[in-house]
Design a protein around this ligand. Sequence first.
Ligand code: ZN
Length: 172
Amino acid sequence: MVRPILRYGEPLLHDVAPPVAPDAVTAPATRALIDDLLDTLRNAHGVGLAAPQVGVRQRVCVVDVSGGRRPEDLLVLVNPAFEARDGMQLELEGCLSLPGIEATVARPARVRVRHLDREGRERTVIGDGLLARALQHEIDHLDGVLFVDRLPGLSRRLLLRRLRRRRRAEGW
Ligand SMILES: [Zn+2]
């Protein structure tokens, strides 16, 4: 089921989400949440989506850097945690919860992330470039951090002003 995506300003987007309990990872409610995240991600043509963006306070996110073109690129991450991060990349970034704005964000270039998959199995994903960026962006969502929070004060204020103008113009 495609769910509405919360937008900047919703308090839930700025909260730290608690982990999924070990016995709840494969429970029907978590499976339904994962299915909804995947449906909503595809519908929005995004590369990643986190549970708080659809109003659920849980450490669950999905990432697909192929935008739906390669099934093997689809990642479901429950309770993800960084094991390693290194290097630096500077790339343009946007977010489905902040429509219409983009900014260059500095992030580590490579990451190793431990997580559970949808069957509750322990997994490790190693990524660089766009995958590393998407993983960090989605895990940030689980900590209540948005990409604009990683920008220096002035560019953050300018972007948020543009976002507010858009919100007023479109009435959301
Ligand atoms: Zn986002």
